[in-house]
Structure formats: structure tokens, C-alpha cells
Design a protein around this ligand. Sequence first.
Ligand SMILES: NC(=O)c1ccc[n+]([C@@H]2O[C@H](COP(=O)([O-])OP(=O)(O)OC[C@H]3O[C@@H](n4cnc5c(N)ncnc54)[C@H](O)[C@@H]3O)[C@@H](O)[C@H]2O)c1
Length: 723
Amino acid sequence: MNFDLSINNSGVATLLFDFKNEKVNKLDGNTLLELKDHLATLSRDNSIKLLVFKSAKAAVFIAGADINEIKDIRSKEEAYQKAGIGQKILHQISQLPFPSLAVINGACVGGGCELALACTYRIISDDKKAVIGLPEVSLGIIPGFGGCVRLPKLIGLQAALQMILSAKVVVAKKALRLKLVDAIYNHTLAEQSVNDFIAQLLADKTLPKKLLKQRNKTLSQKLLEDNPLGRKLIFKKAFQNLQQKTKGFYPAPFKALQVIETIVDLSIEDALEEELHGFSEVAVTDISKNLIQLFFTNEALKKESGISDTTITPQQINNGAVIGAGVMGGGIAWLFSNNNKNVRLKDIQWDAVAKGYQTANLYYQQMNKRRKIKPNQIRYQMNHIAGTVNYNGFKQLDIAIEAVVENMDIKKSVLAEAESQLPKNAILASNTSSLSITEMASDLKRPENMIGMHFFNPVNRMPLVEIIPGKQTSPQTIASTVKLAKQLGKTPIVVGDCAGFLVNRILIPMLNEAALILQEGGNVTEIDHCLEAFGLPMGPFVLADEVGIDIGFHVASILEQAYGERMQVAGLFKHIYVEEKLLGKKSGAGFYKHPIKSPRRYNKNIDTILTFYRAEHHIKLNTFDNELMIDRCILIMVNEAIRCLEEGVIENPAYLDMAMLMGTGFPAFRGGLLKYADNQGLQTVCDKLMQLSDQYGSRFAPAALLIEKAKNGQTFYEGEKHE
Ligand SMILES: NC(=O)c1ccc[n+]([C@@H]2O[C@H](COP(=O)([O-])OP(=O)(O)OC[C@H]3O[C@@H](n4cnc5c(N)ncnc54)[C@H](O)[C@@H]3O)[C@@H](O)[C@H]2O)c1
């Protein structure tokens, strides 16, 4: 039993929701049936004056429907039937012969929000954990328990579209402003405040009217939303915004929009029916399954400690240093300061330190623009950063992260110097993007304290940190850096110590392949557009320009050294960097021109370079259709990803996919590289790679693990179970 029913002398029935053996309350199939029985019993009881929904969980009212059940839905009919059950039961709440009240003490999302919407009244705690919203579209579905129907009626069309299409939740104050809740209660005196509200609701006959009246639409809402022309405009604008934001890759928000537009004038029953059909259509798509899988992966990663030994307690890291105040050093210093951790920012010269400060300040200014921080707070946060050109104060530090130039000898000497200044238990981390951590630690006195901590550029936007233990790194060091990365608001993923680690090792071959296609007859903008249409956030040449052709070339060369022929750097890449000295955005020109004040445009000089390069190397020109370009660029990554699994660089396919999503922006709707391979069919992928290998070279030869899985009819995500 997940609901506890009590009825007091005043006729107040309370259903206390306490989902057994779980941290959160979920509306799974059984719970909904239990609720149905309670509602049936209560509706026959003439003594009931009010039904109150409460949660026994500290930080959660109701987290939604059971996502596992949604994930398992296989057909539209099943989706219709399952969502229909929940929708009807919640509809019964709205049809009860007495009013109902949702007391929202914590997260009230998805199905939980829909339950609250079916109640007559809603009050919410002022605790910051109390949030309310309908984030269904982030899982590739739409609200199916009445949310699309009731939210627009309650808070108005524009506000409802904004909430549903953005999948964003709101805190108490905003919920009240939107009229999504009727009142806010004080969480420190929760019981008293809630009881007072209930007592008043029962005693003061004018209060219900007052509460309903305060929900009346504003004049501007009425003018725009209550006339067909105004509504048409709202829907048109919402569609355009969606198209711009999602590039049409995510069908769920479009479906939600379409459903809401269709039901605007329908009776509630017809509207609910329409919502069910919309839900059934999107719930069975691969995209929804992919997004749900990513949700579970994210939840699993939150629980990861990085080690299997549960007896080890990670160190608490409060004071750190970043050595090297360049692009990355400045970014990492910002990250520490923004999370209220003190950080010394060391470089060789004050000029360089000043640049690091500038990077940190730039990130704060960007936050300020988005109204995430106030100017006076910036000064306070920046005070966590102490610039320096010496090692004073290093004796008090818990960690030092080096972010000096990507050169093994320089890194080794910087690390040895830092080690001699740090206390014995302090961690030494490197932000290297490609160099061996084991090699870097080889001359240290305490190699067990050394680890790779690979942040991505720009540090303020990229959520991933690759954590790379060397051969001698201790479990304690791993667990402590994983914990630190989480405290800094990042997602740490532990990967093996190989050249390029996980993300760059998989990504760089794609950039290289794009350059090969180009030198064989392709076209810069066509290749970029083709991969953008596949879903990548930017095409390979835009990316190369953004990262810096020099940096890309440097890492690609390291990978070639480590992996040999299959990662041989495309001759054109080398030519463009070494001979033409094009660096990309930072130098104003690369594959594109990057004027300061106007958008990038194709660099026509590339045409001349290509003509000469192709002639000089006697290249026979080919044409490429989109499918071939996608196969070459994406399957080369898929194959490398499988090799990483094979070699144990990472064990969990879902973590690999998440790393590529967070580290490169691989499109979430595709679910990740390995999920993409699963969805294509491993035999198909294997066959395509064999063909590509015959035609373009052995770098495409399918990995042994792929051949084996394809032969056995397996997938990478087989048997995924979620708690
Ligand atoms: N830029 C990126 O996109 C990116 C992304 C991830 C990781 N990385 C890695 O981060 C590291 C730094 O990269 P960056 O782009 O910030 O480089 P950068 O050239 O912008 O900055 C390097 C800084 O290190 C300083 N430095 C050099 N020797 C030093 C020493 N002995 N002591 C103190 N400071 C010293 C330099 O003065 C310079 O300020 C590299 O290992 C790089 O591979 C870079």
C-alpha cells in the first residue's frame, strides 16, 4: 500500500503518499489503481468536506509516472491504454463531489503535476526543492494525464505553452505568479501553515471564491488568448520558436503544441481523448526511448563514486590551485570560484594570470547577461580566485590542477615542482587532452595522488569531465576527484588512460574523415550541412575552426602516433595548418572566415587551396551523397567507440554514449553512438563498415566486438535494467 488514508473529525480526508522502498513517489500502474479504489470509496462518503494529497517524502511530492513503464511501451495501443488508465483516474479527482487540495512539499513534476492540476486547489512550500512543472517533452513524450488540457485552462495559453514546450519547472514564487498554485506556505512551519490553510478553507466560505477569482485572466491575456486571431498568432510564434530551438529533431514538443492547438475549444472529455492520441504517437518513437535511456544513464551517473570499494571515503576538497592561467586554467578557476571554493591561479607571468582572470570574469559577465548573477555578487565570487606567480600558500591546498601547454616534458616538470610544494595527501591533477597520465606520473614521488581531470572547453558550458586514473592512481584519489567534479556541478565519467582518452579518441577520427572526404572531392559547406542535418551541433569544419585547427591537428598527430595507420592525419589537414597556417576562429580564418562583427562565411581561399592540393597529389575526384558522408563520418566514430569498449577504456556503453553527448554535443535524440548503432542494427552497421573498408581503407574494418555481437544478434544496450 502506497497511500495511507485518514479522515479527521472535520471531514478532511488525507491521502498520504509514501511509495514503498523508494526515495520518490511515483504514479506507477499499481499505485494508480490503489488511488482509484480510494477515490471510489471517498466519493461515496457524504461526510467528506475536502480531500488533501500529501507526500511523506522529504523533498518530493510526486516525481511523475513510472518512467520504466513508459520505456517498456511498445505499441500505440498499449500507450493509449496505459496512459488512459492514469488520465481517467486523475480525471476522477476533478469530478469528486467535494474539493481537493494538493500540498506540494517538493518536486511535483510530470504525472505529479497533472495530479495537482486535477485538484481544486494547490499550495506549495517555499522550500527551494519544491518545484512544479511538466518536463515530459524532455523524455520525448507529452503530458498524457491531462496536463495538456488543464494547464492552459489554469494559467493561460502562453504561459502553459512556455512551460510545456520548454520542459522547465518553476519554483514557488513563479508558480504563484503564474497562478499555477493558490498559495505558498512556510516550510519551516509546514504542518502549522498547511493546517491553517485547510482550516481557513473550511471555515471561511468566501475563501474558495476569492481563490478562484484570483485565477482570472489578466486583460492582456484575455485580449490575446480569447480571440481566434490572437491564438493563431500565439501558436505560430510558438511553432517558429520550437523550430529554431529543436531544428525539428524532437517531435514531442511539436506534438504537444499540435494537441494544445487542437483541443483549445473542445470539451474536457474530447480534449483528454485528443491528448491520449498525441501521447500514444510519441511514446513509441525511438527518440522517446533514446531520451528515456539517457535520463536513466544520467541518474546512474549521479550515483557513481568512480570506484567499487565502498569502504573508501573521498577527501573533501575546498582549496585548490590551477597551474597555467590560459583558456582552460581561467575557466577552471571560474568553476571553483562559482562553487565557492578557493583557488590559486598560478602562471609564470602576471600578464598570463591577468588573462586567466579575464576568462573567469567573462564567464561571470555571460551569467550576468542571462540574469544568473548580480554585478555585486560577481565581485564576491571573483574574490575566491587568488592570482599568483609563485607557490606561496600551496602547503594548505587539497588539489592542484595543471593546465599548462600540452607538452609532456613541461607538464612533468610543472607537476614535480608543484608536488614538492603541496602537502602529502594533496591531489595532483592534469587537464591534458591527450597525454598519458601514467607517463606524466612516472617521475613523481606520490604517483598514487596523480590523476587526469579533463575539463572541456568552454568550461562554463561543457558538462563533462573525463576522470583518468593512471596505472598507480589510488582509488581514494579517483573517488575524491569524482566527488569534486560533482561538487563543481559537472558530470564526471571515469575513462582509461589511452591516447585521446575517450571523447577525443572517438571525435578526432570524424574530423579527419571529413577532411579526407573534402580532399577527395567534397565541399566544406555541404559536408558541414549534411552532418548538421544528421543532428550534430556543428559540422566538422565549423568545429575545427572553433576548437582551433592547430589544437585539432596537434591532438590528431598524437592519436596517429598512438594508433598508427587507422588514425593517419588527413594530408589536407596538415597542409592547411602547416603550409597555409590557418588556425580557425582565433586567427580570423580557417575553413570559414570569422569577421568580428558579422557571422562566419565560407573561406573562398579554401577552393584555391583544394585545387592545388588535389592536383599536387593526383587525387581522382569523387562525389558523395549524404548517406555516404554520414556513414563515413559517423560510423568511423561508432567503430572507434566499440574499440574503446573492447579495450576497457570504458565498460558501460551507456556511459560512453553520455560522454560523447556531453563532451561533443552528439545529438540526444539519437541516444548516443552505440544506441545509434543498436537502432540501425549491428549487422547493418557491420556490413556498411566492411563495404567502407573495401572502398576507403582498413581504418573502417569493423571491430571484433561488433562482428561478434552482430553475429550473435546482440545489441550494446541489451538487458538494461533501471532501479
Ligand atoms: N583549449 C582547449 O580547448 C582545451 C580543452 C581541454 C583541455 N585542454 C588542455 O588544457 C591545457 C591548457 O590548454 P589551454 O588551451 O588553456 O592553453 P593556453 O595556451 O591557453 O594556456 C597555457 C598557459 O600555461 C601557462 N604556462 C606554461 N608553462 C607554465 C608553467 N611552467 N607554470 C605555469 N604556467 C605555465 C602559459 O603561460 C599559459 O598561460 C592543455 O594541456 C590542453 O591540452 C585544452
